[in-house]
Design a protein around this ligand. Structure first.
Ligand code: ATP
Length: 450
């Protein structure tokens, strides 16, 4: 990079609401507008932050763009982006857009902030303070909550030497189709998944055998395909047939499907934080109204008692959780929520069963005379045999082991109920075979229609 070029990083968050828009789309449009004046040094990064904070719209995602540009364009680009967000964010009481700019290298304190944004609940003031201390250019609307995600995306560089990462290709709809039913061929998604597996993932919910690449809301996304490299995603896009036109597509580099939050998680019980720790089961799991499964567990690091929950949509996973019994042990991966009173609940995202305890039931002994199972003769009165009449006042119940169906090992909910950051089974199979490098392919984004 010569002296007349400047390295610029742009973090953006909180431009959407449930009634419309998507921060990835705002970013995709900004990319189009500035493309002729910059050299992108990375794909746009789609960073998923702590999934347990309650004020997220959907998946708590934020965006960072990294590029080089001529010194003389810098001011113009920044003011264009601030204005673009001002004019193109969703108008909603819960939408608080934020954008932060970093010139040059990302400071270590921003990287540290990003790590904490993955696992804890950060206050808006902390983001504002950091921006002030570092004298960063920033822009926000409303209470500025979006500044948290903007900084978190900037600090999470997904360096191949340090971090696992994946890609997502997002296609967007024509304006006139937004809000209507998405017209994508189910069959073509299944074919694509079959052909490109294991290098694409989370296209199909394996339990329902239904595609999950199309969102349900009023946002502009038509579908998103996740995978291990950008070229495979372009191939995947060609295979997916749609019965409506695609306005544009863009490939993002992302921490989705990497378990990145669990890399930094601890066993501390703090509201809305990410939890990772060993738990001993204290009570037999119960199914409550709505089909959710709950049990009491002891966090072994602190001896604290918590509720542990597997929610109804996790289906098969929930049924495995139901097989746990007192004294079993799991490494629980999830988030801390408070559902009732003051009790903290670990909402499970996945678990490793580390110990399956021996369980016993008490039964009456066999008759020493005829071999038939005896019955109790009453409290402290021993046993009697109904067949031959034998009685023994001193005989005691015997303990018989209960066979367990549960095996030790890793359990993950089906794709349709996995949160974005969870590493799916398919990725465990290929992890070690892939040498990850960032190669920006030519057509990583394209506007196809006005
Ligand atoms: P989408 O996935 O559709 O882009 P979203 O789920 O990302 O939407 P947002 O509208 O971006 O939801 O709202 C999440 C808000 O939470 C943002 O303002 C973001 O800055 C903030 N935020 C992100 N991470 C944290 C965190 N760790 N602690 C506190 N606030 C956070």
């Amino acid at each position: 990079m010569t002296k007349s070029f400047i390295q610029l990083h742009i973090g953006i968050d909180d431009t959407d609401s449930l009634s419309g828009n998507c921060t990835t789309y705002v970013a995709a449009k900004i990319i189009e507008h500035i493309a002729n004046f910059v050299n992108f040094s990375d794909y746009p990064r789609l960073i998923r932050n702590n999934p347990n904070i309650p004020w997220k719209t959907r998946g708590n995602g934020s965006i960072a763009l990294s590029l080089e540009t001529k010194k003389r364009y810098v001011e113009e680009i920044i003011s264009f982006i601030f204005n673009f967000i001002k004019n193109n964010h969703e108008q909603d009481i819960n939408t608080n857009p934020g954008c932060v700019i970093i010139e040059g290298e990302i400071p270590q304190c921003v990287k540290d902030f990003a790590k904490r944004a993955l696992i804890s609940n950060i206050k808006i003031d902390e983001a504002k303070r950091l921006i002030e201390e570092l004298k960063l250019k920033s822009f926000h609307i409303g209470n500025g909550r979006g500044l948290i995600g903007a900084l978190a995306a900037l600090g999470n560089e997904l360096k191949p030497s340090e971090d696992d990462f994946t890609y997502e290709l997002l296609t967007y709809r024509l304006k006139e189709n937004i809000g209507k039913k998405r017209l994508v061929s189910e069959e073509s998604i299944h074919l694509m998944d079959k052909k490109l597996s294991p290098f694409v993932f989370n296209n199909i919910d394996e339990e329902k055998n239904k595609s999950i690449i199309t969102p349900a809301g009023k946002d502009p996304v038509l579908y998103g395909i996740r995978g291990e490299d950008a070229n495979t995603l372009l191939e995947a896009m060609k295979m997916v047939k749609t019965f409506e036109e695609i306005e544009r597509y863009c490939i993002f580099r992302t921490n989705q499907g990497t378990d990145q939050h669990f890399k930094f998680a601890k066993s501390k019980i703090k509201k809305y934080s990410v939890f990772k720790g060993e738990i001993e089961v204290q009570t037999k799991p119960k199914t409550i109204l709505g089909g959710h499964v709950f049990f009491k567990g002891k966090v072994l690091d602190s001896n604290k008692i918590v509720d542990v929950a597997a929610f109804e949509p996790t289906k098969r996973f929930k049924l495995v959780v139901k097989q746990l019994l007192p004294n079993d042990r799991i490494v629980a991966f999830g988030g801390i929520q408070v559902f009732q009173g003051d009790t903290f609940t670990v909402q499970l995202e996945k678990m490793i069963v580390t110990h399956v305890s021996n369980q016993y039931k008490e039964i009456s002994p066999l008759c020493p005379q005829c071999g038939k199972r005896m019955t109790s003769a009453g409290f402290s009165k021993g046993h009697k045999c109904k067949k031959c009449g034998y009685k023994d006042r001193n005989s005691k119940k015997i303990r018989e082991p209960i066979p367990r169906q549960l095996s030790k090992g890793l359990y993950i909910p089906p794709a349709g109920s996995q949160r974005h950051l969870i590493k799916p089974n398919r990725r465990y199979e290929i992890d070690k075979k892939i040498d990850k490098k960032i190669i920006l392919i030519n057509n990583w984004w394209k506007k196809m229609k006005n």
